[in-house]
Design a protein around this ligand. Structure first.
Ligand SMILES: Cc1cc2nc3c(=O)[nH]c(=O)nc-3n(C[C@H](O)[C@H](O)[C@H](O)COP(=O)(O)OP(=O)(O)OC[C@H]3O[C@@H](n4cnc5c(N)ncnc54)[C@H](O)[C@@H]3O)c2cc1C
Length: 221
């Protein structure tokens, strides 16, 4: 399935991604960024695949964009290492870690630039304190960050793991159809990238409650 936000396209499901998601982002005039992100979540029943992020990206260009004549102007990629439950070392021997080094990356969406900047902003307060007073309070930096983010990160990890490695294509399609019917694209983007689950939770609970009360009524009569 694809979700479109203005001109951003996200691809989910096993046809279009390997335990992750793929994308098309507009860059400049007539320039598109096409890519695929793969997670390395292990599952018991995992199938062997000969798909690679390169092949998936080529498939999007051929089958989805149906582009016949195009020029590739840049290729890049990388690996992000992520510690489940934010268990990284934030400080050791006068080295302060920020950004990817402390898993400041949305585990479901793979977005890390603004969280890298947020960790840098927080760390800079403790670095300033250390330089001006000699007071080493970097444990507090780690505690503050974890206090602020751990719950959101855990929810994001959980839903990413389900979406990317447990669901079949049909389940992905059904869930997205449900979200598509009940939420705006903006709500979905807010939950995927901004950890704003309020509307999603409220509607899912509402739906669950209606389903329960329907079952209860059926039982009674
Ligand atoms: C393919 C891909 C696409 C992405 N797309 C997005 C996106 O669209 N939006 C988004 O928000 N995030 C995206 N991310 C994630 C984002 O790039 C990172 O979360 C972000 O760059 C983290 O910033 P950082 O400063 O922690 O690390 P980095 O940007 O990796 O910077 C670390 C720097 O340290 C240097 N370095 C490493 N070791 C040493 C050493 N020993 N000595 C000196 N220098 C060293 C590296 O060369 C590098 O320049 C993407 C990541 C990848 C791999």
């Amino acid at each position: 399935m694809t979700i479109t936000k203005i001109n951003y396209f996200f691809f989910l499901g096993h046809k279009w991604a390997i335990k992750g998601y793929s994308w098309i982002f507009p860059m400049e005039n007539k320039i598109l960024k096409v890519g695929a992100g793969k997670t390395h979540i292990k599952s018991k029943d995992q199938e062997k695949t000969n798909q690679t992020t390169k092949k998936i990206t080529e498939k999007i260009i051929d089958e989805y964009l149906k582009a016949k004549e195009y020029k590739i102007i840049d290729k890049h990629g990388g690996i992000i290492r992520y510690s489940i439950g934010l268990k990284d070392k934030f400080y050791h021997n006068k080295v302060v870690a920020v950004g990817d080094a402390v898993s400041a990356i949305n585990p479901r969406g793979g977005e890390g630039i603004r969280y890298a900047m947020q960790t840098a902003e927080l760390a800079s307060k403790y670095i300033c304190k250390y330089i001006t007073t000699g007071e080493n309070n970097f444990d507090e930096y780690q505690k503050k960050w974890r206090r602020k983010k751990l719950l959101k990160w855990k929810l994001s990890e959980y839903s990413g793991r389900r979406m990317y490695s447990r669901y079949t294509d049909i389940q992905v399609e059904n869930r997205l159809q449900f979200f598509h019917k009940n939420f705006s694209t903006e709500d979905m983007i807010q939950s995927l990238f901004n950890f704003k689950y309020n509307k999603i939770f409220a509607r899912v609970f509402q739906y669950g409650f209606l389903k329960l009360s329907f079952l209860f009524k059926k039982e009674k009569f």
